[in-house]
Design a protein. Sequence first.
Length: 275
Amino acid sequence: MRYSVFAGGKRLRPILTLAAADAIARAAGSSSTVALDLSLPAACAVELIHTYSLIHDDLPAMDNDTLRRGRPTLHVVYGDGVAILAGDGLQAAAFSILATSPDEDDPELARCKLRVAEVISRAAGPGGMVGGQAIDLQAAGQVPGHATTLDREGLQGMHARKTGAIIRASAVAGAVMAGGGEGQIAAIDRFATDIGLAFQIVDDILDVEGSAAELGKTAGKDAAGTKPTYPALFGVNGSRMIAADCIVRARLALDEAGLAGWLAPIADWVVSRRS
C-alpha cells in the first residue's frame, strides 16, 4: 500500500477518506492501491476545508485563539485580513481539486466526483459546519440579541453540524470514490456519524483535562468562555460513557456491512487519544 492510512490524529478527516476507500476495496477483493489513488484528491480536499475552518475559527470574531498545533495562530502572525484570505483560498482550492482530479475521461468516475463534491459542499455549508459554528456563536452569547441555551439534543445537533458533518463527508467521499454500493456507503455514513460525535466529546474532555503542551492549543477555553460542552452537561465520566457508546455503535455498523481494515482501529483511537 503506497499510502499510510493511519498517520496520526491531526489528519483524521483525510485518513478517514482513505480508510473508507480501503475498506470498500477489501470488501470487493479489489486493489486498495487503485481505490486510494481515486480517493486521494477527495482526502486532500477535506483537509484543505478543515484547515480553512480552523484558521477562521481562531479569529478574534470567533474563538479568538492564539495557539494552534503548538504554534501561534495565523492571524496572530500575519493579521486578520491575511488569515481570512488564506481560509477563503483554501476552500476554493479544495473544490478546484474535486473538480479536476482524478483527471480521467470516465463517465462513472465523473458521476462519483460530482457526488463527492455535493456531499462535501453540503457538509461544509450552512446545513453543516458553517451552520454549526453559527449555533456555537449563539450559545456562547456572541450573537447580539440571539443568545441561546443548549440541552443535550441541541448540543448534539450543534456538534453534528460543526464537527460531525465534515467527518461524515470525509468517510463517505472515500466510499463513493472507491465504488462502494449504497448499503456500504450508508454503513460508513453511520459509522462516521458516531465517530464524529465521539471525537467532539473527547475534544470537550481534553479541554478540561489536557494541557496546552499536549493539545497544541489553549486548554480550558471552553469552560472559561462558558461554552456548552458535554462535560458541562454530563461530567467527564458521563461524557466518556457517551463516547464509548458511540464507538460500540460505529463498530456495529461496520460489522453488519462486513467492512474491515483501518476504520475500526481509527474508532478505538478516537476515544483513547490525548491530543
